[in-house]
Design a protein around this ligand. Sequence first.
Ligand code: HEC
Length: 204
Amino acid sequence: MKTSRLSLLIAAIVVASLAAFTLSSVEAGNVIMAGAANPCAANPCSMQNPCAANPCAANPCAMKANPCSMKNPCAANPCASASTIPLRSKAITGKKELNRMARRLWKDTSLGTAGLSCASCHPKGQGLKKKPFPKYVKMPNDVVTMDQMINYCILNPMKAKAPLAWNSQEMTALAAYVAVMSKRGVGKMKNPCGLRKKNPRNKR
Ligand code: HEC
């Protein structure tokens, strides 16, 4: 029975080693299965190198429409343009000329139809206040620029048929007078209502 004992031992060894082999295979199988869901499988290092798209590769200076090679925008200097629109056909070039015109116009009754000049109500600039324009003025009951106020007096107390043109020499000269005299602050004007008799329109 020695032989049968030995064969039994061999059989036992074979069975044991078979079992061990099967177990390790299962383990190995588990390892393989876990490997499928392995986050490291998608190796981030194997991804396309983000630096491959080198932003510097698109060198702006190598661009076709190189902004530096563009036409100099300053070349189109708007002030250098030959086709400028003049303010008016005849410019006032001297201060003396302006002052002379201003003093003459201040007393000019032909600016309106009421027989009045600016000087009738604003002798030597009376009534021209220091507060700068635009400002609220009671008579037009509005906020006005200096030019608008001048035209208001021309159209209303002086009863002109049309306002002075914004670019007229007359408007510039009268504005110069108002600017200078209002700085001086000569004081209050005479009551303009006393001048009503002089207004031919009031006789009607
Ligand atoms: C009939 C009188 C009369 C005449 C003429 C007249 N104005 Fe006036 N003007 C007035 C009165 C009144 C005021 C004040 C209005 C107010 O303060 O409500 C005034 C106000 C003004 C003001 C604003 C003064 C300020 O600083 O508040 C200006 C500028 C002015 N006149 C310019 C002129 C000019 C320029 C002329 C001539 C083209 C003229 N006026 C002719 C009566 C007149």
